[in-house]
Ligand binder design. Structure first.
Ligand code: FES
Length: 160
């Protein structure tokens, strides 16, 4: 049997992650987090392997991964945009900021652009409420935003 290099690499990475755990059902969430940290999202194959490793059923693993907003089942774009929807940001216009970002990127929360350049998510508090409303793009924090600021913070490609 011929095993593809990519699959071999993937198995080694999973094995390395699994070696930090005991393989118990109670570890399901930390294992999912560790695998997502490594791959950027949870592939179907990885979730099957996680089920096998932890002894949880596949439906339980898929259910947990789907239920919690922290888990991504799709790959993310190269630029990760997070709009804070915490209370301070909400009262200072975060819903309108989110709508404007969605409009400019042509995607909805939880989606990535077709070219995988951008992904858009919301977070429930960014820890810098004095700057509300806050949007982070990768590691850059943009605060005290107004609707007219949105275009200038998005690393949009030139349009023809
Ligand atoms: S509520 Fe958004 S940074 Fe605190």
């Amino acid at each position: 049997m011929v095993v593809g290099v990519q699959n071999m690499t993937k198995d080694v990475r999973l094995d390395r992650i699994f070696s930090s755990f005991k393989g118990e059902k109670g570890e399901l969430i930390p294992v999912l987090q560790a695998v997502q940290d490594e791959y950027g999202y949870l592939t179907r194959d990885a979730m099957v392997e996680i089920a096998r490793f932890t002894g949880a059923s596949e439906s339980n693993v898929f259910g947990v991964a789907s239920f919690y907003a922290q888990f991504r089942l799709q790959p993310t774009g190269r630029n990760k945009i997070h709009v804070c929807r915490g209370t301070a940001c909400h009262v200072r216009g975060a819903p309108q900021i989110l709508e404007e970002v969605e409009r400019q990127l042509g995607i909805k929360e939880g989606e990535s652009t077709p070219d995988m350049e951008y992904s858009l998510e919301t977070v429930a508090g960014g820890g810098c409420c004095a700057l509300a409303p806050v949007v982070t793009i990768n590691d850059e924090v943009h605060g005290r935003l107004s609707l007219k600021d949105v275009a200038s913070i998005l690393p949009l490609k030139e349009t023809a």
